[in-house]
Design a protein around this ligand. Structure first.
Ligand code: PMP
Length: 311
């Protein structure tokens, strides 16, 4: 029998089955939380789990916490230590998804404020395979839902409340038979997927919506921009993008911790490029998969190694 999984809550490791919050928890009612999605990739040959860009995930979590006035007694270093300890204890020897959550934990309802509301931090780990197709190309639908503007809610960090929109969009797309939704801004320009950033390739140039297009500042996005520029010498432009540019693109792909790099073969029942994964997407994806599994010595600084059981 597999050992009992542990989580982290209230400043200590506890059995996952006991990691509970009350129904009066502020975050449960109002979405007053920020979270992260982090992947640990199992490398059988090294006998290690490589957690991809853990530091950057915690830096983003603390930036989001600051916006929501969530005060945690932990530094980035502390959070990396808490995560390492939990992964060692759980001992998974397979790919995992790691979910840190910083939330307003006060047992208070009808209290619409952020100050003087206490906070807590939780962490859990679950075995995780593929979230979305990465071998072939997926079919997407432009959503009837729009990405909230930064004037409505801060969009660059992972605020829990923002995900209501993404979930409405994803549900609509999947129930209509598509794999994923592409979400536009209020003015009809492109923002991102529901849990992924978006890239468009045209004439060998990578284009992606910029920070002011309300997309999340994705860590995979930043990694892909670095690889495109530094390893493949490609030009990368962050800019506003019309919806119809997606139909005209040679390649479109999505990036995210859960989704990795996923080619979009079809949008709104129109083929993009050949309708299959394009050559630039493929080259980037191959390099990215090697890097996240700790197989590219040049990028080991992006991988935090953990040995199950410690040591
Ligand atoms: N956009 C949204 C809305 C997301 O939820 C995610 C997943 N965190 C991304 C983009 C991609 O971000 P990252 O590469 O940091 O996982």
């Amino acid at each position: 029998m597999a050992p009992e999984p542990y989580a982290f809550l209230g400043g200590k490791q506890v059995p996952l089955a006991d990691a509970k919050v009350g129904i009066m928890t502020h975050a449960l009612h109002y979405g007053t939380a920020v979270f992260e999605g982090v992947r640990g990739n199992w490398n059988e040959e090294h006998g290690k789990m490589y957690v991809f860009r853990l530091r950057e995930h915690y830096e983003r979590l603390l930036r989001g916490s600051n916006i929501l006035r969530i005060v945690l007694p932990y530094s980035v270093e502390d959070l990396i230590g808490i995560t390492t300890d939990l992964l060692e204890r759980n001992g998974y020897r397979q790919d995992v998804y790691i979910r840190p959550l910083a939330f307003k934990s006060a047992q208070l309802v009808a209290n619409l404020k952020l100050h003087e509301i206490e906070s807590d931090f939780s962490l859990m780990v679950v075995p995780f395979g593929s979230y979305i197709e990465t071998e072939g190309a997926i079919r997407c639908q432009t959503s009837s839902w729009r990405r909230p503007e930064d004037t409505m809610m801060p969009t660059g960090v992972k605020l829990a409340g923002l995900y209501t929109t993404g979930i409405l969009a994803k549900t609509e797309a999947v129930m209509a038979g598509y794999d994923e939704a592409i979400v536009l801004n209020q003015d009809g320009t492109v923002s991102e997927g529901t849990g992924e950033n978006l890239f468009l390739v045209r004439d060998g140039v990578l284009n992606t919506p910029s920070e002011t297009d309300n997309c999340l500042l994705g860590i995979t996005r930043e990694s892909v921009m670095t690889l495109a520029r530094e390893e493949f010498g490609l030009k990368v432009v962050e800019r506003r993008m019309h919806r119809s540019e997606l139909y005209l693109a040679d390649e479109v792909f999505l990036t995210g911790t859960a989704a990795h790099l996923t080619a979009v073969g079809e949008l709104d029942n129109r083929k993009i490029g050949s309708g299959e994964m394009g050559p630039i997407t493929r080259r980037l994806q191959e390099m990215y998969f090697d890097i996240v599994a700790g197989k590219n010595p040049k990028y080991m600084h992006w991988c935090h190694g953990v040995t199950p059981g410690g040591g």
